[in-house]
Design a protein around this ligand. Sequence first.
Ligand SMILES: NC(=O)c1ccc[n+]([C@@H]2O[C@H](COP(=O)([O-])OP(=O)(O)OC[C@H]3O[C@@H](n4cnc5c(N)ncnc54)[C@H](OP(=O)(O)O)[C@@H]3O)[C@@H](O)[C@H]2O)c1
Length: 277
Amino acid sequence: MNIVITGCTSGIGAETVKGLSDKCDRLFLLVRNQKKAESLLADLPADLPKDRFEVVFCDLEDLKSVAAAADYVREKVTSLDLLINNAGGIFPKGTITRDGFETTFQVNHLGHFLLTQKLLPLLLKTPTPRIINVSSEAHRAANPKLNEVTNAANYSSFPAYANAKLYNILFSKSLQEKYGSQGLGTFSLHPGVVKTNFGGDFTGVFKLLIKLSQPFMITAKAGAQTTLFLATSAIKKEWNGAYFKKSKPVTPSKLANSKKLREDLWEKSANWVADLS
Ligand SMILES: NC(=O)c1ccc[n+]([C@@H]2O[C@H](COP(=O)([O-])OP(=O)(O)OC[C@H]3O[C@@H](n4cnc5c(N)ncnc54)[C@H](OP(=O)(O)O)[C@@H]3O)[C@@H](O)[C@H]2O)c1
């Protein structure tokens, strides 16, 4: 099995790599901090062949680096079985990336949209490829405003994060609609409330809230279980495109089922990355 995963330098992604490390032929770790990825690899069991793993620079805040990472994978393997779009985060301040998008939107959605577009030809070369998008129950608070994603003037952290996580679910469903007939399985998921570096850039009240909640959070290893289930188990055909929690499909918000919204998201995202696809 050839695998690409983002966001695996800590938390849920790192545990996902550990869980897949003995099940893969090639695993590409797409990260912005290569040192952290190398130290994760150094902690894997010594008997695993080291040439199975490759660290590739990919900063989701920089779409050119996303495109370059995908091009690199395309040079190295002729097919791909699994893409896990796991990287993500919530950010205290509203910033605009060098590509001109609000950072939460680009890191959680648009960067992965471009990566997926570029890797789809490789994925569709295998009979039953899969794409997993790590979303969140936060999507239920979304109030999507796709016309405002190039603007951080009215930025507020949680609404921006909730919207981005809604886009992860809409994107999964669109992928299933467009490519399911070619064998592609696509899933989105909520990993649980997990003790990771999530929200680590915050100070003040939000930081305090995270600290107070930590005793009630599950471990990163437990948080990786739904991803690992979707990556390695036989999944019923009727569950293709679904949103999962605790390794079971659950009904997402009404907005997450909106055909109009997912078509709008697809069309706009495709236009925004057209020069790099
Ligand atoms: N923790 C929770 O309770 C929870 C709940 C629901 C959903 N989630 C989702 O789970 C996923 C994993 O998060 P986590 O909880 O494991 O948090 P985490 O420990 O903070 O991991 C986030 C990962 O994303 C990477 N990342 C962030 N910005 C990036 C960028 N610009 N380019 C490339 N990689 C970037 C981080 O890399 P660096 O090491 O370089 O920062 C890190 O590897 C996220 O999509 C998150 O939204 C988490």
